[in-house]
Design a protein around this ligand. Structure first.
Ligand code: CTP
Length: 455
């Protein structure tokens, strides 16, 4: 077509960083949509092109070398590059105009795709130098780049966390000046960046930058509330924000489960609301796990995270995160371990990972004692699960059955019978078996004055 075209943005950056990348953005001087159609046709007749007329972009998927590539085409423009922009775009720019309006120098490099100049790098802002130095810097005055799209302030933090880069001072100061503008950005886009920060190798890097820049208070006030130390009579408590950061990093070392990382981020979120000072024992946060757990759903809603069951997993881990610790401070009884297994179910491993990560004491003797106690808990968990299969506990006698045998309608007594059988199993008084449970059912029923009419 005689059109000048370039790979641009993330794919060029990742190529030099040797990071895997399967999303290829192509910018051309002319119509991106026409070029996409022609490219798809040459790739094979069946390639389906998705056209986004309003954004002036078109994209298609292409399988090559057993990899599914996603290739998106756009015409160069003078206006800021924003995938989600609602304004129709005008493709009247040069390559340089287009590069000018991108977010960071390392994301503004282009590589020629035309035959004569194949692979030639066009790097007007020193993107390669910044890549080598690990520096995030805007191509234009940062005040302009950030007001074009305020989400870029979060992207700066996210790339810093994800790539281990530093945000240039001038750029970071501009975040401080422009932070309030984050309010015009959709919650979904913010959540996407938060999730990417959470999934970075050391998520604390990103959250500390969010805190330092003042963004955190605006997008996630509950988390920023954890920061600070109050002192009474010379006694302070630990700074729960920095503690949370340590716990989050510990969990990130152990697991790529994003929701377990969320649980780590939120495990102490109830502390500011339950904080008390007691003259005898100092600072306490009694009930912070229940308070925090109750906050989870609202937080998910506010942040526009999906409410598809993951919130219940996070609620559960936040609710239970003190249990193994309390357990291991005491004598580790079988009955307490069975109850923990019963409540945690299949998430018991994740819960133990969270609890071990929660030990951030600098006192080595204490840490050693905790860890030893945790391994006792873990050993008992395995032993008791083998013996009693509590993990996916199903009541050995059901409510329907009780109603039928004693000829009673749904009533309070059924709950009593079921609960007492469950407690007896968890306390190890009877085995988790049907025969023992049925026997016990008749005993309790007799106490309650019920008579069998069937069976
Ligand atoms: N871009 C931008 N401003 C934004 C979003 C994107 O300038 N708010 C530009 C950047 O040049 C970026 C390119 O669009 O490199 C592609 O954006 P995107 O696919 O969102 O991000 P990537 O940089 O590819 O990185 P990642 O895939 O990790 O999100």
């Amino acid at each position: 077509m005689g059109v000048k075209a370039y790979a641009v943005g993330g794919v060029v950056r990742d190529y030099f960083l040797q990071r895997p990348c399967t999303d290829i953005d192509v910018v051309c001087v002319g119509s991106g949509i026409e070029l996409a159609k022609a490219a798809a046709a040459s790739a094979g007749g069946h390639t389906k092109v998705s056209v986004y007329q309003n954004f002036g972009t078109a994209a298609f998927g292409y399988r090559y070398n057993n990899i599914d590539w996603q290739i998106e085409f756009v015409g160069a423009r003078k206006e800021s590059y924003r995938r989600e922009s609602r304004k129709p775009i005008v493709e009247d720019g040069t390559l340089e105009d287009d590069q000018n309006r991108r977010d960071f120098t390392v994301n503004a490099m282009a590589m020629s795709l035309n035959e004569e100049t194949w692979g030639e790098l066009v790097d007007p802002f020193g993107g390669i130098r910044d890549l080598n130095e690990g520096l995030l810097r805007t191509p234009l005055d940062p005040d302009i780049t950030f007001s074009d799209d305020p989400l870029r302030m979060m992207r700066a933090v996210r790339f810093a966390s994800q790539l281990g880069f530093r945000i240039e001072d001038k750029t970071f100061e501009a975040i401080g000046r422009n932070k309030e503008r984050i309010e015009i950005v959709s919650k979904e886009r913010i959540a996407t960046e938060l999730n990417k920060i959470i999934m970075s190798p050391r998520p604390s890097v990103g959250f500390k930058l969010l805190e330092l820049s003042g963004l955190l208070k605006l997008i996630f006030p509950e988390l920023s509330k954890l920061k600070g130390i109050e002192t009474v009579e010379g006694r302070g408590h630990k700074d729960n924000f920095y503690h949370t950061m340590e716990v989050l990093d510990h969990v990130a070392e152990k697991s790529d489960n994003m929701w377990l990382r969320w649980a780590a981020l939120l495990h102490d979120i109830g502390k500011p609301y339950t904080k008390r000072y007691d003259e005898r024992i100092g600072w306490t946060f009694h009930g912070h796990e229940a308070k925090g757990s109750h906050m989870v759903k609202r937080l998910f809603k506010n942040l526009h995270l999906p409410l598809n069951g993951k919130e219940r997993y996070v609620e559960k881990l936040v609710m239970l995160h003190m249990r193994p610790i309390i357990l291991s401070e005491d004598i580790v009884t079988d009955s307490a371990v069975r109850r923990l297994l019963f409540e945690a179910g299949d998430d018991i491993e994740d819960l133990m990972t969270l609890c071990e990560a929660d030990i951030t004491s600098k006192n080595e003797v204490k840490v050693k004692r905790f860890m030893e106690n945790f391994s006792t808990v873990r050993r008992k968990l395995v032993e008791l699960e083998e013996k009693d299969r509590i993990r996916n506990f199903q009541p050995p006698v059901g409510g329907e059955e009780i109603m039928r045998i004693f000829g009673i309608p749904p009533c309070h007594e059924i709950g009593i019978i079921k609960d007492r059988i469950k407690d007896a199993i968890l306390d190890g008084k009877i085995p988790n078996e049907r025969e023992a449970a049925v026997k016990m059912m008749y005993e309790i029923a007799a106490e309650l004055g019920l008579k069998a009419v069937n069976g």
